[in-house]
Design a protein. Sequence first.
Length: 186
Amino acid sequence: MKLELPRVEDALFVFLLVFSLFFSAFLFGVGKQMQTEEKNERGKNLPTQFEKDMSLMVVGHPIQKMIPFIAKQDKDVAAYLVAIAKKESNWGKYHPEKNGKECFNYWGYRGTYNQTASGYSCFKSPKQAVNVVGERIRELMEQDITEPSEMVVWKCGQNCSADNVYAVDKWIEDVAYYHEKVERFF
C-alpha cells in the first residue's frame, strides 16, 4: 500500500483557510470587546446637564471634584450639599485637615467618624464625604426639615437662641440663595 501525500498547494490552501477563519474570529472578538469598553466608558464619562451646570458654578473650588457624586444624590439633598458647602467652607476653600491631609469635609460636619482635634469628621475620599453628609441631610429631611429656615439646625443644633441673630439669619439667607440656584439646574 502506497501512502499518497497531499500536494503542497492543497496543504497550503487548507492551512491558509483555517488560519484566516481563526484570525477573522479573533478580530471579530477584539472588535466586540472594544465596542463594549467604548460604550461603557462613554456611559461613565459623559456628564449630565446637572453636572455641567454645577461644574460651571463651582469652577476653581475644591468641591468641583465632588460634583459627580453629588449629582447621584436626590435633587433636594444635592441642593443642600452644594448650598451648605458654599456657606460653611466657600465650596471647600476652608476645610479641616488631619495630620496634614485634607478631610474632604466642606460642610462643617461633626460626626463620630474619624474626628479631627476640633471635632470635625475627616473623610477618606470625596465620595465617602458626599455619601455620609448626604445621608445626614436626608435624615433631616425625613424629619420634615426641608426649608433653609429649618435646616439652620445644621449651624446651631436644635435651638439657635444662643447664637448671634444676624449670623443665623445670614446663614439661612445664604443657604436659601444657593439651594434655590441649584434646584433650577434640575
